[in-house]
Design a protein around this ligand. Structure first.
Ligand SMILES: [Zn+2]
Length: 444
């Protein structure tokens, strides 16, 4: 496929609202699937994403050593329920896959209420919601239910069934590499291991899928690598298998929680002052909306692995309300009502804006560095004038010419002059047409 057009052109031409609807549609399609860190639910999810993006699917065998971790056994589940003494199904996995603790070992037996209670999880503070629980690295079994349901249970004999398998198999992940003009890469990562939960993690999956789909038609400077991995063990596995390639990663973002009504939150990379950190902060500051920027801390999503000291990659995480800061997090209330197309669309446009900064953040050289060039005789006041903000455009022109000495990137100039990157870039294009600027051949 011929790839033409730039990110800037895409941002101008695309109907952001339609993309929000597409993302929501994909979330709805993926929502019913019971995913975990391994197994067929994860594969089924990648196969659906493949309808939009030609993912490479990797299968890593159980037992593979990945740094200090080992790829676990593969977990698959067919069915699960609890029946009361009358034989009525009172908890049914087919009604909600959150009812079963992820990675539960198979079990089928009659059990007293006293023993069953040890394996039940509820949220007394939100009595209508089912919690999401996992037991990946400790072989156990359990059920999650609303506290309301729990209070209705009687002291009688129950039948529990978890028709699951935990066996040698594979860890599956998806990867899509989009080659750009240079080898340097932008890494876009999301975890895709949660069952029916929307903001954490399907919103991230949908955003990364749409980003990959739209970027794949463009002519890009950077190469892009999109990865869909199970949380923690997936990024550790990916880093272990790709360690020799990680030097190419110039910028990275971990995508999650991008569909709720909260404002944007950016968690900086461990480096704290990487280009990605400055670019995201710039876009949020000029968004005209509330936002929050927080320093790196070694808890959260896969940025923990990308920013571990042995890698220390320039990878931050751009979310809306971060994990754990909304009560619906890891409960059945993180559902299709909790995420909305308009918030997904807004997040998507912020990601595009950030990547557009990275794509165009170059250095230029003033071709007339001795005193100011005479702008009037070149018609440059007119070239940009006629717009209501022409005075600020003139000031921007002077800033760009003054700082284009080969030391400053356009983002540096935008930041120092208090200008929006998009305006700086627009004016740079005019100055280039008038041969007053030239791109620095050796960036860095
Ligand atoms: Zn989570």
């Amino acid at each position: 496929m011929l790839r033409t057009g730039t990110l800037t052109e895409l941002r101008k031409s695309v109907h952001i609202k339609d993309i929000g609807d597409q993302m929501y549609q994909l979330i709805s399609e993926l929502y019913p699937i019971c995913r975990s860190i391994t197994g067929n639910g994860f594969r089924e999810t990648l196969n659906i994403i493949r309808k939009y993006v030609p993912l490479n699917i990797h299968e890593v065998p159980t037992g593979t050593q990945v740094f200090d971790w080992t790829v676990p056994k593969e977990w698959n589940i067919q069915d699960a329920y609890i029946k009361n003494s009358k034989g009525e199904k009172i908890i049914d996995f087919r009604r909600s896959n959150l009812h079963v603790v992820s990675y539960s070992v198979p079990i089928r037996k009659k059990i007293s209420f006293g023993e069953l209670r040890e394996h039940l999880f509820t949220l007394p503070e939100y009595p209508d919601w089912i919690p999401y629980r996992t037991s990946y690295y400790n072989e156990n079994w359990g059920f999650c239910l609303s506290h309301k349901q729990y209070l209705e249970l009687k002291d009688e004999e129950y039948e529990v069934c978890i028709d699951a398998s935990l066996e040698e198999g594979h860890l599956t992940y998806g990867e899509y590499y989009l080659k750009g003009q240079i080898e340097d890469e932008v890494l876009i990562s999301c975890h895709a291991c949660h069952p029916s939960l929307c903001n954490d993690n399907l919103s991230g999956v949908a955003l990364v899928t749409c980003l990959a789909k739209y970027l794949s038609s463009l002519s890009l400077r950077y190469s892009y690598r999109f990865i869909f991995v199970p949380g923690t063990i997936g990024s550790i596995t990916w880093l272990s298998l790709n360690e020799a390639q990680t030097f190419k990663i110039e910028h990275g973002l971990v995508v999650a929680c991008v569909g709720d009504s909260g404002h944007a939150t950016y968690k900086k990379s461990r480096q704290g002052d990487a280009e990605i950190d400055i670019a995201v902060a710039h876009i949020l500051r000029h968004s005209g909306q509330d936002y929050e920027i927080i320093d790196f801390f070694p808890y959260g999503y896969d940025e923990r692995q990308f920013c571990s000291p042995g890698f220390n990659l320039p990878v931050g995480s751009l979310t809306r309300t971060p994990h754990g800061r909304y009560p619906e997090y890891h409960t059945s209330a993180d559902n299709l009502d909790f995420v909305r197309p308009e918030y997904l669309a807004d997040s998507f446009s912020k990601y595009l804006a950030v990547l557009d900064v990275l794509e165009h953040n170059k250095k230029y050289l003033n071709q007339n560095p001795k005193c100011e060039p005479q702008l009037g005789k070149r018609g440059l006041y007119r070239a940009i004038g006629g717009q209501t903000d022409s005075r600020s455009d003139q000031l921007a022109m002077l800033w760009i010419l003054n700082l284009s000495d080969g030391d400053y990137t356009l983002l540096d100039i935008a930041e120092r002059a208090g200008l929006e990157f998009d305006s700086v870039k627009r004016i740079v294009d005019v100055l280039l047409q008038h041969d007053l600027l030239k791109e620095c051949p050796a960036y860095d």
